[in-house]
Design a protein around this ligand. Structure first.
Ligand SMILES: [Zn+2]
Length: 304
């Protein structure tokens, strides 16, 4: 998700499922020239193994995942430009080498998930693999984004993509294979990742949701730069509903209640990230939010 917290702090609960929309700190920019964002986007969060060879290496508010393999590692989401030292420290705290990141992926081309990519590529030499609809945005540093392209505060270093992904493509490294599912709408190349992991002799299907959220200000009707936006969202919900999911993850921890689940994880209970029902509820809730926003905008357009 990317939302202008400065302007839209009070409606974030609708847009992205942030848990504290009434917190007054969210309504103000952190400092004069800072890009908009929630303070928790930059707060450290304990790195930990979630399941199998998957680790959480993001901040409190912005998820990053490390998938380790004997051939090197895959990192999903580079987050803010300022997030890179934090991601690096999280990886090293877990006992892995940052330089072993061979493949960099993203949930979607918004600065809260991809602004650190240029720096990570430079430091690790990782290959950057991005879904077709997001490639132009990534390579223009956010300039060609259909919604935020004109806003200089939301730009980031333009980053060369090494492989263009298409819906259903597989990304493999070592013994791990991920599938890139295009769930567009939030961005043109918004990507939901799925993979299988093994834990205690069992296989689990992991889904990392790209973002099914309609941001404040998004036009679902008569959107000139992105005319097919509503159809893309609808198709994306079809994809999300079709994916079998044991382990529910996403671009922001707030999608799947990371903080509460981590507390349970620490207590050593049954792995809280295994949450098939939570996934189904989340997708159904977000689809309802999309449909009601579409209905409102369609009714509004008819009145004009
Ligand atoms: Zn976003």
């Amino acid at each position: 998700m990317l939302a202008r917290l400065i302007l839209f702090g009070s409606v974030l609960a609708l847009a992205g499922g942030l848990v504290a929309p009434t917190n007054p700190a969210l309504a103000k920019p952190a400092s004069g020239n800072a890009a908009p964002g929630s303070p928790d986007w930059s707060q450290p969060f304990p790195p930990h193994r979630m399941i199998g060879n998957m680790y959480y290496v993001g901040s409190r508010g912005l998820a990053s995942y490390l998938i380790t393999t004997p051939a090197g590692h895959i990192l999903i989401n580079s987050n803010l430009k300022t997030s890179v030292p934090l991601i690096r420290a999280s990886i090293e705290k877990l006992g892995f080498h940052f330089e072993d990141v061979k493949i960099l992926l993203i949930s979607h081309a918004h600065f809260d998930h991809d602004a650190g990519s240029a720096e990570i590529k430079k430091l690790t030499g990782a290959k950057y693999l991005v879904m077709d609809g997001d490639v132009g945005v990534v390579e223009s540093g956010g300039k060609s984004d259909f919604q935020y392209g004109d806003d200089a505060a939301l730009r980031y270093p333009a980053t060369k993509v090494d492989r263009v992904l298409h819906d259903g493509d597989q990304v493999t490294l070592g013994d791990t294979a991920l599938i890139a599912h295009k769930t567009a709408g939030h961005t043109r190349g918004c990507t939901t990742w799925s993979l299988k992991v093994r834990e205690a002799g069992r296989s689990y299907r992991v889904v990392i949701v790209g973002s099914p959220n309609v941001n404040p200000g998004y036009k679902l009707v008569n959107n000139l730069p992105y005319p097919e936006i509503a159809d893309d969202y609808a198709r994306g919900f079809g994809v999300l509903k079709s994916l079998p999911c044991d382990v529910f993850l996403g671009a922001h921890g707030s999608y799947y209640d990371l903080e509460a689940k981590y507390t349970r994880w620490k207590a050593g209970a049954t792995n809280p990230y295994i949450d098939s029902a939570g996934y189904k509820n989340y997708v159904a809730d977000r689809e309802q939010a999309f449909l009601s926003e579409l209905q409102n905008q369609t009714a509004g357009a008819k009145k004009q």
